[in-house]
Design a protein around this ligand. Sequence first.
Ligand code: 5AD
Ligand code: SF4
Length: 381
Amino acid sequence: MDIQDLTLDRDGLIAALECNEPAFNEALCKKAYETKVAHIGTDVYLRGLIEISNICAKNCLYCGIRHDNTACTRYELSDEEVLAAATKAARMRYGSVVIQGGERTDAAFVRKITRLLKAIKALPTASEGGIPLGVTLSLGEQPREVYEEWFAAGAHRYLLRIETTNPDLYYKIHPHDALHSHERRMEALQDLKAIGYQAGTGAMIALPWQTAADMADDLLFYKAFDAPMVGMGPYDPNDETPLTQSGAPLLPDEQRFALGLKMIALLRLLMPDINIASATALEVLNPRGRELGILSGANVFMPNITPEEQMVKYNLYDRKTLLRDCPHSGEPRKEENHICKNCVFPFCSLGENLQNGKVTIGWGRWGDSLHFQRNKSIHNE
Ligand code: 5AD
Ligand code: SF4
């Protein structure tokens, strides 16, 4: 397939996703990078990722921190640990943090998040004008009142992935009970948007049984939902999960990785001014995975600032590979934010491209998507 022949309708997206020619894939990623630079520039926004707890009430069949996995050692960060991580993000001029965790709706947890939001908003920052940190939450489905309480306490972005837009596939990878409802997930996303959050969504890529048509539909869903931000990444198996243990079909690593980049690139062509995250799941498959995500059209990077002792327990997928050497210097990398000699910045896989100007950093900025800012000004007029 020739890149000139690419169309962004459903058939065109399917053809692009099915094409396995390296020359096409490369041309697509290059075109997406150029589209990004033309519309929103080279800036990458940073969000310090705080994985607050791996305790989860749910049992998604693909996820290593699912409730019934007894092989998972559970933790919950204390208020002090969360605030220490947020203080580090503020000091390092990340501009924003993401608080992510397993799904819990108990009152003590809801109150804790509200308390932490208020405290984070009050932290002194090194950002220009001392603006408070931006906060994105990623804490699953919650009753509308809880979303409202957290919005009032200072969260302004919420990431709730749809996992897949195909309900049949959804029920193949989730238990069949009231807690795991595709319909409820859609409603929660609508609640977030109606409350005024920048409601981000996303799906997993290259899931067992997922077709190119399913993935094309995911892309068209982001467009129809008018998502200001999207976080999506390849499915990576975890050995302790029912999905892996049942022998569900799995594409080889290279194909899942190529599809991960291709989905980012196609989404950038479809929605040139939104925020697209370069998912950690990419880095499990390739040591420079997130950097290649940025060069394929993504513009958000989430350095993990969870204390290391707990970070290794947040095993959605098998993450041992994350703790490997710097791809530039070969220097041992003990933690994700290790600063190696070659790379001036605290996340070494972006080093080279930072130095040659293909990537710049939006230090200390919230980095709301241009798409959201434009829509806001339309509604305010
Ligand atoms: N592979 C890739 N992504 C996963 N997630 C959960 N388990 C896996 C896995 N095995 C993703 C889901 C969820 C997000 C927090 O992590 O998409 O929404
Ligand atoms: Fe819980 Fe999210 Fe994992 Fe599902 S994917 S088990 S909701 S942490």
